[in-house]
Structures are given as C-alpha cells and as structure tokens.
Design a protein around this ligand. Structure first.
Ligand code: MIG
Length: 793
C-alpha cells in the first residue's frame, strides 16, 4: 500500500574512457559524465560537467568579456593513473578512475584536490540535477569571500546559501542577505591562495568543513557544475583575477566618492533645500542628496508627486547651483493601473514576467499590486533604460535600484514557476532569481550610457550576482543603529570588496534606530574609508543628519568628512587601480600579509589601497584598542609616530582620532577641503612623503582625469608614479608619468614625515628652499618635476 520513498542516490562520474583536445579545451568522457576543462590562462581553469551526453548552452551573465592574460604554456601528458595538464603555473591531475581533480603549483605544493569531487542527483521535481562538488580542506587552510555575509571574515567551519533576499534589520550570521556571490578563496597555509567561482545562478550552497570536517562542499539546486579555479599565489591576485573574469567596474564620477546624504524620505521640495542649506551653513562637505520613494506619485516608478515636487527641474538646477547632485530611487515593481503610461507600455510590449501557465506575475510592493519587468530580456532592458530620459534631461545624476532581489511583500520574492527570457534561453525563476537585480542594474546603467554618453552617472543596486560590479555600486542594505552593526559594516565591506565589489558602503549611522552621537561619529570615521559613503536612515526615529548632535560631536564629524575630501585624490587613484587591475580597494589584513599566520583570523583591520591601514573603533566608550599591523613599517597618521609591522600594538584613541596608519615610504596625496568636489579649482595638491627606515623602494601612484567623462578609457588620463628610495644619507624621489591628460595641477606642496634632519634638497638639478612649520619640513615643487633628492645632515 504505502511505498517508502527511496532517497535519491548521488552518482559519481566513473572511469574515464577517452579524452579529446580542441586547442585549450579538453573533454574527458567518463562512464556517467563528460568533463570539459578550459584552460583560460596559466592561472585560470574552468571545469564543467555534464551527464546526459551534452552540455547546456554555454552562457553566463557574470563572465562576458573576461580580461585575462594570454595563455603562456599548455601541455597534456598521461600515465596509467592520470591525465596531467600543465600550464606555466599549474599541474592539474585528472584521475582516470574517478575523474577527480588535483591541482598543484609548480613548486609541487598541493593547492586544491577533489575528495570525491563531482557528483549529481536527479531532481525529480524540476528535472535536471542537483550538482555537487567535494574538495579536500587542507590543514591550516582558511577561507574568504562570498559577498555580503554578515559573519566572521574567515568562513571556516560554516555553511552558506546564496539566494538574494530582502532582509531588513538583519542580524549577525543571518544568511542569505541581498547578494549571491558564489565565489570563495582558499589560503593553504601561507603559500598558495586560490579561488573557486561557481558560476551557477540557481540557489547555491557552500560548506567549509561544517558538515564534514576536512571537506569543502559546494552545490546547486540546478544547472551545471561549472566552476573556475583561479590561482594566486597571493590572495590579492586571486581577487583581482576574479574581477577581471567577471568584469571590471568603470570609474564613477568623482562626486560619487564624496559624502552623500539620504533619508527615507526627504520631501517636500522645501525639506530637500533645507537639508542642502544646512550642509552649507554647517560647512559639512556633501555632494549628493537622495530622494527615496515618496518623491513619486503613489510610489509609481518614473512619476513625480506634483504636490511635493511641483518643479523638479528647477529644484535640480538650484541644488546644482549649491554644488549638490540629486539621486533618485527606482524599484522594479510597476503599478497595475490602466492609463499609467509605463504600465500600458510594459503590457503592450510584453515586458512583464509571467507565471508558468500564462498569468502575469502579480505581487504587492510599495505602489500596491504590481507587475515586474523581466530584466533578463534584452528588449526589456532597452525599454527600461530609455525610461530614464526625463531624469537625465532634468539633470539627475544618481540612480538607486532598490527591492531588486526581487522583493515582494506577501511572498518575499517571486514564486519559482515565474518564467524568464534569460537571453533567449527561457527558464524559471529558479535560475533567474539571483541575476534579476543585477540585470535591472545593467538595464539602468546601459540605458544611462546611451542617454548621456559623455557623462558618468552613479548607479547603485541592492541585489546582485557575481559581476554586478560592471553596472553598479552596492550598499549593505537595511542595517541597524547599533555598535554591532558598525562592526558588521566593516567586515561586510571587506568581504564585498574582495568579492569583486569594491564600490560598497553601509548606511552610515544605521538604517533602523537612533544612534547616539558617539556611534554616529565612529560610523563616519569608519566609512570615510569605504568607497561608497552615504548616510541613510528611516525617518521613524527622528533626525539623524550630522548636525543633530552636540557641537563637539558635530565638529568631530565635520573633521572626518573633511579628511575624506582631503583624501579624494588617493581614493580616486585607488579606484582607478581597481578599475584597471581588478585589485580590491578595501583589503582585509590577510590580503596585506598572508605570510603571517597572525592575519588569518583577523577582521577588524583593513587596508584601503596601497598606503593606508585602518582599524575602526567599534566599541562604545573605547579609549583605545589592540591591533595588528602587517609587514612593513607604519606611521600613525595623527602623530607621525612610527610602528613596526607584524606586531600587535595598543593604540589609545580619543574620539578625535582613530587608528589610521600610512605605509612607510608612501607618498600620500591630499587636496584642500572642499564643500563638494568641484567647489574650487585645485592647482596645488599636497604630497605627504613618508621616510622608509627599511630602505627599499616604494612606488606610490596619483591618477588624474577629467573626473566626469569616459575619455579616460582612451588614454586621456595622467597616471603618475612616484618612486621613493629612502637611504641612510638621503631620499630620492623620481616621478614617471603615463597618459595624455593635461594636469590641472601647477605645484605640489611637499611635507616630509619621519625624516632625519635635512641638509639640502635638490629638485631637477636646482637646490630649493624649504620651510620648517611645526617641526615639519615643507617645500614646493613644480607638478612636472622628475627628480628630487633630499640629503641628510
Ligand atoms: O521596503 O525605499 O533598503 O534603503 O529606504 C523598504 C524605502 C524599501 C529598502 C531600502 C531602503 C529604502 C527603503 N527600501
């Protein structure tokens, strides 16, 4: 009568029967599986498995135009047990008996080995297979990555799921959150770091030794086992290669690196102006103000509430006068309402998602009952992109994509039977869910580029899949005004950054709740080092703008926002390095010094670019803290005291300073304080030059372009490299430049830090004068100097 259901068996590939090679692609035919191995570069190898004799059509939203170095060396050999693929850096063994993969570097160190490796299990409910991959977790192996998980930086002994979710007021260790970034990095002891990018958009899982110790498993509820192995050997290289594989970001307009003020919601227009005036009156630098959903007419996308905003164009122009950009929110849900133009067009064009049997996907969000565009359809993206024409015409420059997990009030997200175009591949929401938000951001970003090809815009997105960095910046979502969330913001931004998403930040001050002044000030201090720097909050808990606190706190907050503006040339240069090389802007300590085991579990300290090391204070009433500095020597920014790296130090801090260090030998540019990025024509930048007691050469960069357009993509930029060679008796600085952009700078004011007493200074053959100000040496050089020698007494 009642038959017990047999649990479905996982099937393994079996013996290899034969193999074929087509240039850099290999096919291994085993009893139950075909394995395709593509050697993309000497460090990047793709593994793809199929069990029905053919592969799915090859397509990826993440990997579109990978920019990898050309393959240098490729060879295959075999013995009785293995096929062995050789590249310049790797030896990849494929077992003839089990199809298991084992990868060594050329030093013979084991980097990544299958433990059982690939297996699959039929998915009786939906068809296809659940696909699994099991790897050895080596002794002393540690794990990093996976996007926005609000959990300890090192992922060891934990399990995670990737399924974009609207998760307001999330808590520590909650999983999943808004993004799906199925990419992790492993660090085997200190020597060999690698990455695994599991390019599968279904719900994916990662287990780092929780289920079975000594084992890492990743699996998906559909699609193919399709992953890229990325070799380092340094973590920084792995992260950079992953970014080059899944798509580099573009440079944002410079204003988007300034301070931004948001609230749910500023309205009516008078309130917006009031906020703008307040910033200027308080002399707190700020570049952008945001409008949340209440600017719309009944929350209908691409409309205005005419009572609250009778003349948006005039308002944008007036804000512009004052040096503010305006950013507006856009949600994906389109209100079902005949006569509402967007709805009518969307319906006529068949742009909305449908359920399995034909009805529209209907769900309630802010406007009430809505339909939702299918952003996986190219024609929908084109339609959507054009809808921004009015915003662009009236001068809006920031576009904030929210609710794109997609979020639905009643059901959390779409039911799984919803259909998607998926670039013609036609699939259910099971496959399209994790890319929905990313494709909305893409539609926005590509549309804006067409509408205004000369001027960069800011696009931010809440949801995203691997590669979303091509289209948008991200923020960590609906956090809370607590000290724990300040700590989480630090860890989440480090993790996002190493997962390809450097342009990230948190809602400064916390979205939900009322921070006291100390918490707000510490949040600002942390976030001036996050590429996306925006205060945001619900209105529920009263005002949270920087000026609502006591005067000493306001002064403190102002001082640190001013520091952000002084550091803009450095942050912009670091952004350019990310855009150009894929290197993460924010770097966890282990990325700065993986050779020191002390860094493997540390998570408070982080680097911003090549020269700065920050350790935020995230405890109430803190008077100081212990921190660990990576290799090298480091100057405390506020006193020039020199600290030795690879050691723990106790740093005492009042609210007026925070652990901020500059790398010895670094040349750190500063601009004067501005109230917004284009306020003054900057013709002089300050170069803070740090003596290097270790006497090796340190190269620092300074990058300039027009800060708004795209000409930088065709050589119209200026990249300066300053090489600083500190010796016992002198320091020599040489400047080299690249690119055709004509600098707006005339001079550099140089300030020396940590130098022995000076005898004389020679710049391009001439001895020059210097001044002593507050016991520091100051001197000026022309911006095009090429050689500077500082002789000691
Ligand atoms: O259901 O637009 O994360 O930043 O202020 C909440 C209102 C919708 C969530 C976003 C938040 C935004 C809010 N939104």
């Amino acid at each position: 009568m009642f038959k017990p259901v047999k649990p479905l068996r996982k099937i393994s590939p079996g013996d290899v029967l034969l193999y074929k090679q087509k240039s850099n692609v290999f096919y291994f035919y085993a009893t139950n599986t075909i394995l395709e191995i593509t050697v993309h570069s000497d460090k990047v190898i793709r593994f793809r498995y199929s069990q029905d004799g053919d592969f799915h059509q090859d397509f990826s939203y993440a990997v579109m135009q990978p920019e990898l170095p050309p393959l240098g060396f490729l060879n295959i050999e075999e013995n009785d047990k293995f096929y062995i693929i050789y590249t310049f850096f790797l030896h990849c063994y494929i077992s003839k008996e089990t199809l298991e993969i084992t990868i060594y570097n050329t030093k013979g160190e084991l980097v990544l080995a299958d433990k059982g490796g690939y297996s699959f299990q039929e998915n009786k409910d939906f068809g296809g297979y659940n696909v699994y991959c099991k790897k050895v977790m080596q002794t002393d192996e540690n794990f990093y990555g996976l996007g926005d998980k609000p959990t300890d930086l090192n992922l060891k002994w934990r399990r995670f799921v990737n399924w974009c979710a609207d998760t307001p007021a999330y808590s520590r260790d909650q999983d999943p959150l808004y993004r799906a970034i199925p990419f992790y990095m492993g660090l085997v002891k200190d020597t060999a770091a690698y990455g695994v990018f599991f390019d599968n958009t279904f719900k994916t899982f990662f287990d780092f030794g929780l289920n079975e110790s000594d084992t890492v498993t990743f699996w998906a509820e559909g699609g193919e086992m399709n992953y890229y192995f990325i070799y380092g050997p340094e973590l920084l290289d792995v992260s950079a290669s992953y970014t080059c594989l899944t798509g580099k970001a573009k440079l944002p307009p410079l204003w988007a690196l300034g301070f931004q003020q948001c609230k749910w919601s500023y309205f009516p227009e008078a309130k917006v102006k009031d906020i703008a005036n307040k910033f200027r009156k308080e002399q707190i630098p700020c570049d952008a103000i945001y409008l949340d959903i209440d600017y719309m007419d009944q929350y209908k996308c691409f409309t205005w509430n005419e009572t609250h905003f009778p003349s948006p164009q005039k308002m944008v122009a007036e804000l512009k006068e004052m040096g503010f950009k305006l950013a507006v929110i856009i949600d994906p849900g389109i209100k079902i309402e005949q006569g509402y133009e967007i709805f009518d067009h969307g319906k006529a064009g068949e742009y909305f998602c449908k359920r399995a049997d034909g009805p529209y996907m209907k769900g309630t969000v802010w406007p009430g009952q809505c339909y939702f565009p299918d952003f996986t359809d190219p024609s929908v993206r084109i339609w959507w992109g054009r809808l921004f024409a009015h915003f662009v015409k009236i001068g809006i420059e920031g576009f904030w994509n929210d609710m794109n997990e997609p979020a639905v009030f009643e059901t959390g997200t779409f039911p799984l039977d919803v259909r998607h175009m998926y670039e013609g591949l036609l699939c259910s929401h099971r496959r399209a869910h994790n890319v929905y938000g990313m494709q909305m951001a893409r539609a926005t970003s590509e549309g804006l580029r067409i509408l205004d090809p000369k001027k960069r815009k800011l696009v931010i997105s809440r949801a995203g899949y691997s590669g979303v960095q091509k289209y948008a910046a991200v923020w960590t979502g609906d956090n809370m005004s607590t000290w724990e969330h300040l700590w989480l913001a630090n860890v989440q931004c480090q993790r996002l950054s190493i997962s390809g998403l450097s342009f990230c930040g948190s809602d400064v001050g916390g979205f939900i709740g009322q921070p006291n002044g100390e918490l707000f000030a510490r949040w600002v201090q942390t976030s001036i080092f996050h590429p996306f720097f925006r205060a945001h909050a619900t209105s529920e808990f009263g005002d949270k703008e920087p000026w609502v606190y006591d005067k000493p706190l306001v002064d403190n907050i102002r001082k640190f926002i001013e520091l952000r503006y002084q550091l803009l040339p450095y942050i912009y240069t670091t952004f350019r390095q990310y855009v150009h090389h894929g290197t993460p802007m924010i770097r966890p300590l282990v990325f700065l010094d993986q050779f020191s085991a002390d860094t493997w579990y540390r998570q408070d300290e982080f680097g911003l670019g090549d020269l700065l090391l920050i350790c935020p204070i995230s405890a109430e009433g803190s008077l100081g803290r212990v921190l660990f500095l990576p290799k090298g020597n480091w100057y405390y920014y506020f006193s020039d005291q020199l600290f030795e790296g690879r050691k723990e130090h106790y740093i005492s801090t009042s609210l007026h300073n925070m652990p901020l260090f500059v790398k010895a030998g670094g040349i750190l540019p500063h601009w004067p304080v501005q109230q917004y990025v284009d306020e003054i024509k900057i013709t002089t930048a300050t170069l803070h030059i740090y003596y290097n007691p270790a006497h090796e050469e340190i190269v620092s960069e300074l990058y300039e372009d027009d800060y708004v357009g795209y000409d930088y993509q065709t050589e119209d930029y200026l990249l300066r490299s300053f090489s600083n060679t500190s010796k016992l008796d002198s320091v020599v600085i040489n400047q080299f430049t690249e690119g055709t952009f004509e600098s707006k700078l005339f001079t550099f004011d140089c300030i020396l830090h940590g130098f022995p007493p000076i005898h004389y200074i020679i710049v391009d053959e001439n001895e020059i004068k210097y001044n002593v100000v507050n016991e520091q040496i100051h001197f000026s050089v022309s911006q095009d100097f090429s050689h500077c020698r500082i002789e000691f007494i």
